[in-house]
Design a protein around this ligand. Sequence first.
Ligand code: NOJ
Length: 627
Amino acid sequence: MITRDTKVGELLNNPIAKDVLSQLVQYAGVNEKVILNPIVKSLKLSAIPKFAGKAMPDADYVIDAMIDLFNQEADTKPLMKSNTHYWWKEAVVYQIYPRSFQDGNGDGVGDLKGIIQRLDYLKELGVDAIWLSPIFDSPNDDNGYDVRDYRAILPEFGTMEDAEELIRQMHARGMRLIIDLVVNHTSDEHEWFIDSAKNPQGEHADYYIWRKPKNGGHPNNWHSFFCGSAWEKVDSRDEEYLHLFSKKQPDLNWENPKVRDEVCDIIDFWRAKGVDGFRLDVINYISKTTLDNGSETLGSLLQFSGIEHYFYGKRLHEFLHELKRRAFGDAFTVGETPGTGPEMNKLLTADEREELNTVFSFDHLENHGKTRFDDYRYNLNHLKKTFSRLEGDYADYAWPSIFVENHDNPRMVSKINPNDEYRDIIAKLIAVVLLTARGTVFLYQGQEIGAVNVDFQDMSEMRDIESINKYDDLIACGKTPEQAWHAVLVGSRDHARTPMQWTDEKYAGFSEHEPWIRVGDKDVRNVAQQLKEETSVLRAYQTLIQLRKDHPALVYGSFEPHEAAKDDVFCYYRDDGNERFYIEINLCERAVKQPATKGEMELVYSNYMAQGDGLQPYETNIYRVQK
Ligand code: NOJ
């Protein structure tokens, strides 16, 4: 048990503490070695408030909250190693943002019929499964992540018959469908919420989290991820409801067993339709340990207060185990779990614990001390560090999800180096990192053609609620319109949400009608053109996906780093006992010395036409090692 007498150094033996410390260090942008400093290591937790002084006015509060959190796993058994083979470990999953993939009925909005038209393309690319962002009926405050009816399809996207047809067509091609289950919150237009707000004594009264205002203010100081307080009032109840996202996305009350019954019913409904898996939106937020105020210190470090009370809540494991036992069965599950670290994630996904199959960890998406809205060049050494951790020891116990893009992030190529000269090279480098990784690979639409950020001109072109609220918030905090626009442009989720670029036609072959959001650089990059070019990014993806399929060593093989201490190169072996591969990657824009290797090797893929002495900027090569 951790107490106030525990020394900082001893915390590192506690898995949860290890994760939390490393997350905090990442946010603060300080070197991890700080915690290993002998003076810091020997400090008792009770001494921290004095040590931290004014820098951390609520130190006592933070320490108590942390002790509570760290002790959550005090009785947890150590995990066993596991290397069981499952279809989802081998799968290359392709994420579709339905609104932007293909318009099938000419209204400027992507839809299910459109997706069906493009299944052969995806099959040819080598995709095994599709993760479909939400397709359910929704007022679209957050583009479908605010569900009004879990059993109806958003009319703009089609009908239930279209969804059934999609499942049939996918299964006929040997592909699987993973749908997005958004059950941390619903829309405020969901019938449960309408009733909950109207009838404080009614059947749905406790489906959401309601609390009385405190001292004329909100029930606590928690922030919404989409700006402002996480609480909102309604006229019909003398309480406020919690919404971690927009005020149109009230959080469900998972403490209420009826809510969990409802979620199980929704899962049953979609499993009966033939859905093969579920991506669970912000699923680690479902258990709120307390509704106490969040620490001011943590709030300013993490930019949102209250997180420590719900990012790894006391009942999280219990709720997930219940869903697995009662509803998921053998359906695949991938949890979106912002903020949890590798040790927590192992506990969420190890086979023996029967909770989730895998989770998305986000540690690799930003460099130390940076956020999505900071304008900086992403240093790929960070990707090396975070992926090495996942694919090594972590994957012996649990199974990682490997991705660099999704609908919530700008394009990775732009982040690494916006210089056009390297666009294809970097896009192919990313393809190599992903497709030689030990984990389930998730690609995001457009990544396979090397999509980059979009040249949005001003706020009138932005569609995402997060970008719009962020802009208003920055202005309210005193930023100039130029500064606010710049920050939004750097981090906006809209970069990844522009229409898929199929052709160089007016609307990129996405639609005949003006799309709901502007089109990117379809004249420079589009699928039709890349299918014609042998050396295109698209062809590289096809080749690398096939390579992965033909060689299980690239999926299940051990991950053995080579010359790991050398900066700017990422080299590793993948070996399953039958075959051995060697991958070398130059992580920077200059030519670097090629790390030495032993033995005969045959080059099987390179993102350069010709190899020289050393590694050229962002060069990556895959070799088969002759045994
Ligand atoms: C995570 C989703 O990926 C994001 O798009 C959404 O805005 C939030 N969860 C809220 O549902």
